[in-house]
Every structure is written in C-alpha cells, then in structure tokens.
Design a protein around this ligand. Structure first.
Ligand code: NCD
Ligand code: ZN
Length: 348
C-alpha cells in the first residue's frame, strides 16, 4: 500500500500550553487534526468556564489563516469545583469534559484533587448533566513503584469511583498497562480510553540507551504515565487495533522547552503533535492492522463524545523521512519524540 486516505482524525488528549509557545505548537496539531480535547493544566489551571472561554479565544486567535481547527475545552477539577460550575460548563457548549489530576501525579497537577470525597457534588453534577470525567489514572502514593501506579489506581480509585457514580461517562486517559486495557474492555457502563502513539511504539527500554557500547538516559522519552514493559505495549497494541470503539486516539502531546527536559530534574511529557499520525500509522502497520486506524483515529472518539464524525479526509503517503531535531517553541525550542529517527509514512 502506497497511500492511505482516512477521514480527518481528532486528538482526544492534547496539551497546547499558552502564549507564544501555544502559537508555535498549535499549527502542528491543526495540520493533522480537525479537533482536539485541550488539557486544562495551565498555570494557573483552567478551572472555570470563564477561563475555558478565554483560553479558547486565545487558541482561535493564534490559529493561522487557512487552518480549520476546533479546540474542545476542558475544566480542571479541584477540591473546590462546585456543582454550579459543572452546570455552567455544560450549558456553555464549549466545555466537553472535566479533568481529574490526582494532586502531584504529573506536570502542573499541584492544584489537583487531594481526595475524591471533596468532589462528590461536582461528580454528581457531571453525572446528572452527562459531562465526561477525564482521568489521569495514577496513584500518587510515593511508596508505590512508579511502574505500578496505574494498575494500583484502577483497584483503589477507579473501581470505587465508578461504583459510586455508575452513570458517569469516563475517559481513562493515556492508558499504559495491560491492567488498564483489560479494565476498559470489560467494565460495565460508559467508559473509553485514549492511547498515545508513544505507548504503542516504545517500551521502557527506550528511556535508556544500552546498546552499541553506549549508555545513557533519554529525557525526551520520559512522560507520565511512564513507558512500561513490552508485555504492556503489546496489550495496548491489541486494544488499539481491536476495533473496540472504547479505545481511541489521544496523543498526550506535551511540549516542554528543551532545557526543561534536558535537565537534572527533567519535565515529563513527549512532544508528538508534529508527526502524530505518522507515528500511529507506523504502529498500526507494524501490527498488521492499518485497516483499523481510521476507526481508532477518526470515528470512535467522536462517537464517544457525542460529536459528529468529520467529513474531510487526509492522506498519508509511504515515503521515508527523518523527524526534525527540534521545532520553535516560544523563546525556546522543543525536541519532538523520535527526533532524527526515520518514519515510513508522511502526511501529504
Ligand atoms: C503532561 C504535561 O506535560 O502537561 N505530561 C506528560 O508526561 N504526559 C501532563 C500529563 O498528561 O500527565
Ligand atoms: Zn496529558
């Protein structure tokens, strides 16, 4: 197969940042995707509908002429989010989900939820108005091994939460383990999961160079939830290529300035927006499942969110090319995932 035409896809989990940096990364996404669920973990977080509306206006103002793109906004759930705020968010028509970051779980999550019991009124309102809860699913107890935090979250937090709010629509974001994929496949009720390209393509060995007589740590492969072992990557590939509409595309593209990644305490996040579809196509082709890419990338997420499927198309061509070493990112630069590596597919 030399070219692959798909319904234009959407990105159901994206970090766009703000200001000049946002203006630099936004065109990458808008070239690839018609819409994206925009994460609210700015500093300060996007915690109210008024803030989400203002952020949406800043994104639209930064969009280059000629690119059509619709940002789908989210609110950042805090211990203090009120039921009224949830109802206002739903009524606005521009807020499509509310993001749960367990406090301390990841980048800019210090305003996150310290205890879900504080959120009972907000969660009940979300269930009542049918506004989805988007979950960063990692336990935050420092005593738990970082590679086990997602599986522990399922048992300790996700199962009890969904028992308490059985009508709540939930997206388990950027799943990284077999346990999470199994849970999403088998659970009752309305649940979906996003899967990143990097968790489909790489396992935790990619965090380190240990071959050809060289050793080193590779900060641009560090994200949260962290890359897991190969058995988990295979479980994610099976889920993504299964045709089960609970699994859909979310890049979790999370740009950071180069210097904050190549650092003694480097930030978590992989920048994939510039070549996301190419990465996914490679992962699906390696699994012999290119025919499942369109459902995963272009249909199931829209269906889950109750939005129309896109009408336009995009075409990928089989053509070897090298991922650039860096891109402009405000005053700094951002290093993309797979920088300098050769990919097989290129968006026309
Ligand atoms: C994200 C970021 O940088 O905002 N980082 C990441 O590693 N994925 C936050 C997140 O989604 O966890
Ligand atoms: Zn994210």
């Amino acid at each position: 197969m030399q070219s692959l035409t798909l319904t234009r896809p959407d990105d159901w989990h994206l970090h766009l940042r703000d200001g000049a940096a946002m203006a630099d990364v936004l065109p990458h996404t808008a070239r690839q995707f018609a819409r994206a669920i925009v994460m609210p973990n700015l500093k300060p977080p996007v915690a109210t509908t008024a803030q989400a509306m203002a952020y949406r206006e800043r994104i639209l103002a930064a969009l280059p002429a000629g690119l059509a793109f619709e940002p789908l906004m989210t609110l950042y759930l805090t211990d203090n989010t009120s039921a009224d705020e949830i109802r206002a968010a739903k009524a606005s028509g521009i807020v499509h989900g509310v993001k749960l970051y367990p406090a301390g779980a990841t980048t800019n999550s210090d305003s996150g939820v310290t205890d879900l019991r504080h959120c009972a009124a907000a969660l009940a309102a979300m269930q009542a108005v049918d506004l989805p809860l988007l979950i960063h699913g990692e336990a935050t107890d420092a005593a738990i091994d970082v590679f086990d935090r997602e599986a522990v979250f399922v048992e300790r937090t996700l199962i009890p939460l969904r028992r308490d709010f059985p009508g709540l629509r939930v997206v388990f974001e950027h799943i990284t383990t077999r346990e999470a994929a199994d849970y999403v496949r088998e659970a009752a009720g309305r649940i979906g999961a996003t899967i990143t390209a990097h968790h489909l393509l790489y396992n935790r060995n990619s965090l380190f160079v240990t071959t050809e007589g060289r050793t080193g740590a590779r900060p641009h492969y560090y994200c949260l939830p962290i890359l897991k072992r190969e058995t988990h990557r295979r479980a994610l590939i099976a889920a993504a290529t299964s045709g089960n509409p609970r699994f859909f595309l979310g890049t979790d593209s999370a740009p950071h300035p180069r210097g904050e990644k190549e650092n003694a305490c480097g930030c978590a996040g992989c920048f994939t927006a510039a070549n996301a579809l190419e990465l996914y196509a490679q992962a699906f082709e390696d699994a012999g499942a290119l025919d499942e890419l369109e459902g995963f990338a272009s249909f199931y997420g829209a269906d889950f969110y109750g939005l129309p499927r896109n009408a336009q198309q995009v075409t990928l061509e089989r053509r070897a090319w090298r991922v650039p070493e860096q891109f402009k990112f405000g005053e700094a630069s951002v290093v993309p995932l797979a920088a300098g590596e050769e990919l097989r597919w290129k968006l026309a």
